[in-house]
Design a protein. Structure first.
Length: 553
């Protein structure tokens, strides 16, 4: 089978799809510009017997570097790439129904594993559909590789169908952005894209024109070994000693652990015990330590606990590890020591007395070896009282007798019923507020959420990606059904509550129609059994719980 190109408008006649060109009648004309059959020329094949295409080399290089999943929808301008995926047994292609879901899945995968997955889309509107999910990955520093098809190289700049400047479209938020036009650069561009995504913790984008995908490529695929160095950065000893002295002078230290402290979780606990410090977390840092750990007081910020807020307010030193703070995590003016791998994040929103740049796991271990061990009986007793008072409040709120079912009770049931290694994904809404405030995370559980971008539609694709990677663990997506947060904001701003009620539907029935299991619960006495039934079912289950958000605003 061959391709034939119209020399007038560049329309391509594909024999594989359209039949033999030589069998066309003599009066056949180009369907685009009406040029005669004689205006067409054969497109020469560049692939010799036994050769490999650009797509094959590109996909093989991704697989050689450990990438496991490609999420996407096949289309005209990615046919070469999709066919290479079909013939590659080392990397799995997962078809989605919308490109935004593919990007959300890749973002969630990056957040949960620290490794990139691929989201793939064809040119034009489908490529632009990736943007919402990719901005989530970019802003939350999750490694993702976006691969887009493009029109043929000879059509770029001609205003062809679905042709836009895709390089510029992805430029503003990508850590690596490249159009693959030279066939023998396929393997190198694949390696560079993966390397940038991992080391810079962000979105890499590679645009591959349709005709380039099937060109011959002789570039070798290289293994990961020896091709990428791990960052092992610590500050100078004098800076570490000055930080230790600052900690030694503190009487009421509080550790604020963010997502960047995840790799140092055990060391954070060891440091807290050595210096007698409370631990609070950011919302994204929830679960870095077990939430039932005696020195842990909950999340800090608008999605957090009163105990954490009080401890931070009375602290004389805040030791911030792996967090740059969002505008929702405000802290009072206190002496602050901040540890972050990115120097641009240090003192980004809050002045610090000292900033240490480097790997949190290495820095915290260095500090443990330098700081003095402290006995803080009265301070720790005060922290214990704060913690007990807060937990007592949460328990009293989770009243199982009230109807409609209280969100606090829903969260308390999940606290009891989920496995210790369950993975929770959240969509955006008031459900996140109840989760951050009331859910007791284990350090062995996983958690995926949009921290910065806040786009609806993340939770379910994130859960699917989590289940793919962790098939033997429970995966639970917590969502909501009305615009309850907007209701709250309308009231705070003095506006009437208006246009925030979404038309209800039978979500349980919808789940059944999609081939899953649907359960509807409006009686609090049935909630525990329904959750247990859902968790014990082999396959997807939707539990639709009747609750009225207006009662709790």
């Amino acid at each position: 089978m061959a391709d034939f190109r119209c020399t007038v408008c560049n329309y391509i006649f594909h024999e594989e799809a359209d039949g033999e060109f030589d069998s066309l009648p003599a009066d056949w004309r180009c369907p685009v510009c009406n040029a005669p059959r004689t205006a067409f020329v054969r497109v020469p094949s560049t692939l010799e017997e036994g050769g490999r295409t650009v797509s094959e080399v590109f996909i093989s290089q991704l697989a050689a570097w450990g990438l496991k999943y490609v999420f996407g929808i096949p289309g005209t301008s990615t046919l070469g790439l999709v066919d290479a995926l079909r013939r590659n047994d080392e990397i799995r292609y997962i078809q989605v129904r919308h490109e935004a879901a593919a990007a959300f899945m890749a973002s969630s995968y990056g957040k949960l594993t620290g490794q990139p997955a691929v989201c793939m889309a064809v040119a034009g509107p489908r490529a632009s559909n990736l943007i919402t999910g990719l901005l989530d990955a970019a802003l939350d520093r999750a490694p993702v590789l976006a691969v887009t098809g493009h029109v043929e190289t000879y059509r770029i700049g001609t205003g062809a169908s679905q042709e836009i400047d895709q390089h510029s479209l992805f430029e503003s938020f990508s850590v690596y952005n490249m159009t693959l036009v030279s066939p023998d650069e396929a393997a190198e561009i694949a390696r560079e894209a993966v390397k940038h995504a991992i080391l810079e913790r962000g979105v890499s984008h590679v645009d591959v024109p349709r005709d380039v995908q099937t060109m011959e490529c002789t570039a070798p695929v290289k293994p990961l070994r020896g091709m990428m160095a791990e960052a092992a950065v610590t500050p100078p000893r004098n800076r570490l000693r000055a930080a230790a002295d600052l900690i030694n002078r503190a009487e009421r230290p509080v550790i604020i652990a963010g997502f960047g402290a995840l790799e140092a979780a055990d060391s954070v606990v060891e440091l807290a015990e050595r210096i007698g410090a409370a631990i609070v977390s950011t919302f994204r840092g929830k679960g870095i330590v077990d939430n039932d750990y005696p020195l842990y007081l909950g999340c800090h910020g608008s999605l957090g606990s009163a105990a954490a807020a009080e401890a931070v307010r009375k602290a004389d030193l805040l030791l911030v590890i792996g967090s740059s703070f969002s505008d929702l995590t405000r802290i009072p003016p206190r002496r602050t020591l901040q540890v972050d791998i990115d120097p641009m994040m240090v003192a980004r929103r809050h002045p610090v007395e000292q900033g240490l740049t480097g790997r949190s796991s290495l820095i915290v271990q260095e500090l443990i070896s330098m700081v003095e061990e402290k006995e803080r009986g009265p301070y720790l007793a005060e922290l214990g009282e704060l913690r007990d008072e807060w937990l007592g409040l949460l328990e009293s709120e989770a009243d199982p007798s009230l109807r409609p079912i209280r969100p606090q009770y829903i969260i308390s049931v999940l606290n009891r019923e989920l496995d210790d290694d369950a993975i929770i994904t959240l969509d955006v809404g008031e459900n996140g507020w109840w989760f951050g405030r009331n859910f007791q995370m284990k350090s062995t559980r996983g958690f995926s959420f949009q921290v910065t971008w806040g786009s609806m539609g993340f939770g379910l694709p994130a859960a699917i990606a989590a289940q793919l990677e962790f098939p033997d663990r429970q995966v639970v997506c917590i969502n909501n059904r009305n615009l309850a947060m907007i209701m709250q904001e309308q009231r705070v701003e003095g506006f009437p509550v208006w246009q925030t009620e979404l038309q209800d539907c039978d979500f349980a029935g919808f789940a059944e129609n999609c081939g899953g299991r649907g359960l509807r619960v409006d009686d609090p006495g049935e909630l525990e059994d329904s959750v247990r039934e859902a968790l014990g079912t082999d396959g997807p289950v939707l539990v639709d719980i009747e609750t009225d958000p207006r009662r709790f605003i």
